[in-house]
Structures are given as structure tokens and as C-alpha cells.
Design a protein around this ligand. Structure first.
Ligand code: GRF
Length: 221
């Protein structure tokens, strides 16, 4: 996929806290970063992320799903706002509405999401509780292109985070969130630089380095 423009125009869809939005705003503040949010849309008027966007001088819109008679009309309003702002890449960042196949197809390969697990494990909500219950020794986060099925689509990047034996849901969530804040801006950078290519439903990143050998967790002396 070629870089779309010198500085890719991001539309960020949120529903709440907006810490991943903040990571994209912070990344975009660097002159050499090849993308920047130009529009933030929330489906909830009380979303904390709206204040973050406003503080950074980024346009915001509240498009409340409850104000539309059906999903089709709600999503048409999203697309209209994104198009009007000249958005080239849509980033879901804690956006708590399922999107229909029509919307996902309309933005195919220009719509990405961050999910707090190593997909395809632990889709849906309460991912950290799911990880703790399963007893996995690593969890993490995934940035992926969005496809119509929930939490599925070609994986661009994953960050693995060790699970500690004494972790609570909260402590694990905090460790994964820190990885999310590094991962989302990095994946967006690669896309904006034109280094991300789809081979079928697999993503190839140009210039990816050979990784070090396996990391083992837990580890004992
Ligand atoms: C993040 O954990 C993200 O992976 C998930 O929802 C959460 C949103 O957090 N999709 P924030 O609103 O970005 O702080």
C-alpha cells in the first residue's frame, strides 16, 4: 500500500478515556511523524477523549448512535464527517460500537483497530480477565486492519507483555496499556510511510528486522 500523502490525515473514533488517542496526538506533535489526527469523533458526548482532542486543537464531533434510527444512518453520518474532514486512515481507539460490514467495506484497508490482547486470543470485552483465567504467560496488544467479524482482520503489529504471577486485572491492564501507547503510533507510522502491504490477509511490513530469539516467561534463575 502506498503512502497516501506526506502527512496522513487520521480520523480517530472513540467512546471514552482516549489514552490511545492521546498517544496518537503526542506522536503527531513531532515534526517528523508522518500522520496526525484531524478529526476525533465520539459516539458518547461525555467521552474524556473529546477534551484531549480539544486541548490539542483538533476538531471534534459527537455523533451519538442513539440519535439515529438505525446503524446504517449512524454509520453514514460517521462516513460523511470523515470524508468532509479529508480523513485518509480511520483509527478505532476504544470505540465501543460494532461496525457493520457496509462501513467496514467502505473503509477497507483504511480502517484499523487496537485490541488489548494477542489476537486471535481473547476477543471481545474483559480481555485481561480472560487472559488471567486462561493462565497464559504472555498477553499483549494487537493493531489490525478491521474486517466485518469482531476483533478480526490482518494483523499489523503485536506487542507481547509478560503476565506476572501476582497480576490483578488492573495491574495487567496497566502494563498492556503502556504497550498499546507505543504500538498504535508505530503501526500508524508504518502505514503512513507506505511500508505496510497486504499479501492476501497477511500483513507484510517492509524493513521489519529479524527478531531476537524467544522470550520465556516465567523465568527462574
Ligand atoms: C484500549 O485498551 C483499547 O485497546 C481498547 O479499548 C481501550 C481504550 O482505551 N480497544 P483508551 O480510551 O484509548 O484509553
Amino acid at each position: 500500500m502506498a503512502a497516501i500523502t506526506a502527512r496522513t490525515r487520521l480520523g480517530v473514533l472513540i467512546s471514552g478515556r482516549g489514552s490511545n488517542l492521546q498517544a496518537l496526538i503526542d506522536a503527531g506533535a513531532a515534526v517528523d511523524y508522518p500522520a496526525a489526527p484531524v478529526l476525533v469523533i465520539s459516539n458518547r458526548p461525555e467521552a474524556q477523549g473529546l477534551a484531549r482532542a480539544a486541548a490539542a486543537g483538533i476538531r471534534t464531533r459527537v455523533i451519538a448512535h442513539g440519535s439515529y434510527p438505525d446503524r446504517g444512518r449512524f454509520e453514514a453520518a460517521l462516513t460523511e464527517a470523515l470524508d468532509e474532514a479529508g480523513v485518509e486512515l480511520v483509527c478505532l481507539a476504544g470505540f465501543m460500537r460494532l461496525l457493520t460490514a457496509a462501513f467496514v467495506t467502505r473503509w477497507r484497508d483504511r480502517l484499523i483497530n487496537i485490541h488489548p490482547s494477542l489476537l486471535p486470543a481473547f476477543k471481545g470485552l474483559d480481555t485481561h480477565a480472560q487472559a488471567l483465567a486462561a493462565g497464559v504467560k504472555f498477553t499483549g496488544c494487537t493493531v489490525h486492519f478491521v474486517r466485518p467479524d469482531m476483533d478480526s482482520g490482518p494483523i499489523i503489529l503485536q506487542a507481547a507483555v509478560p503476565v506476572r504471577q501476582d497480576d490483578s486485572e488492573e495491574s495487567l491492564a496497566a502494563r498492556v496499556l503502556a504497550a498499546e501507547h507505543r504500538s498504535y503510533p508505530l503501526a500508524v507510522r508504518w502505514i503512513a510511510e507506505g511500508r505496510v502491504r497486504l499479501a492476501g490477509e497477511r500483513v507484510l511490513v517492509e524493513g521489519a528486522l529479524v527478531q531476537p530469539p524467544s522470550t520465556i516467561n516465567p523465568w527462574t534463575d
